[in-house]
Design a protein. Sequence first.
Length: 195
Amino acid sequence: MCVCVCVCVVINKMNRVMKSTKSATTLMIKKRLMKMNEEGDLIGIAKTWSGSASASSASASYSTTAQTDYEQEERRKEKMKTTTGLVGLAVLNDPINEYAKICKKVLEKIQFVPEHAAYRTIVEETYRHRREVCLSGKSVSEIECAIEAGQIEELMKQAEDELTLIPKMREWKPWEFEHEIVIERAENPRGITKN
């Protein structure tokens, strides 16, 4: 009886978590729980839990262990990445640190563009966000999902391109112009008659 209740509590808790989040970690935990339940391993774990702790603390300790195992497994898989699948774009050796460094370079170089320039504002916001995501301790796949702009190697290429564009933008100075912009406002631009 106690074993059955414990297994149900674990699975119900996972179902609640799955409804609130759709992260890869919760999906993996649920798959492992279902597999263990089919193989009978979950009942063995539930028996040991029922003797020592409450069902809720047992499910919490299992989900923490499964999450740690999943994170380690994901990091091992990411280290085995051999290709980006894109011609001419090689896999980075240390992608997170390399990308964080290049984001910092972009943020340093953009300081030479005037503060009032919209270009500077956009570049600063973009690369500050991307650098924060890199330094948050997430895995490469989580970083790619958070930034939503392709693989980390593609992000690296974008940052390199930005580094070559910044000096050109400083030279061209598109934020400076010598003519005055006049906006004419027509009273009735479409010729609609008023009633």
